[in-house]
Design a protein around this ligand. Sequence first.
Ligand SMILES: [Zn+2]
Length: 296
Amino acid sequence: MTTPLTVFYSDDFIVENPPLETLEKPRLVADRILSDRAGTVLLVAPTPATRDELLRIHEAEWVDAIATGEPSDIANEVFSWSPSYATSVFASTGAVRDAVSHALAHGAAGALSAGLHHARAELGAGYCTFNGLALGALAAIDAGAATVGILDVDAHNGGGTFSILGSNPQVRFADVSVNSYDRWSPTADRHHRVTVDSADEYLEAVEEALAHLEGVDLVIHNAGMDPHEGCGTGGKHGINNAVLAEREALVAQWLQRTGTPAAFALAGGYRGSGLDLDGIVDLHMLTVDAFAGLGR
Ligand SMILES: [Zn+2]
């Protein structure tokens, strides 16, 4: 009997009348875990990110606008501001930090957090408010990791994370996108970024990205499911459930083979002509199930 996988989530993630899947789907993934994975996955409420923590990666004007709703032109930059939106993003950002800490101690963990990798120091962008990936990487370094790898396989590029941590010599980037949004240009050997043009090249690109992370002390896996061909924002023809299942298996096998601790975040995954909310949950469960075999 293996130890259950710890996944950080609370209902604080969810807002009333959600404007986007980012603020809606975590509860559906949590519901699926509670109904179908009791015993193999344990849901734990995170400690919300604090202002002081967020000031390590964001400017005070942005953090305070989200905390208070003022000034409203800034607070409404990513989503229409509400108190529950503020509660949601502080909680889901803290969940990544908690997942990282848990993974360093126990090998693996997850956070049902989305809307992270486009957020910049001064402002959120592209449905992303606070950059939990950057916060998680700094938390891992605080905890003694010499190097942290950020594996970003969301359909879009993680230009926000790069803008915050690209100059940090302890952070290695491996970014595989299928879309040009938020592209960034590598400036050092530790930076790897590729945009895949055809589904045929996708899994090989993921393997190359993993190889680039060989030797890091922790991986943060931004496990976006928006490359799925049915997804309305980012979808790439030919990337289907089977391909994404293979992707998650590749990641898990690599983590197991290299003995690298890892924490995942949900990242992108949106409704489209060929994908409904239930289908999005199915896809995110591929990550949950792949990680469920990794803990100790
Ligand atoms: Zn995306």
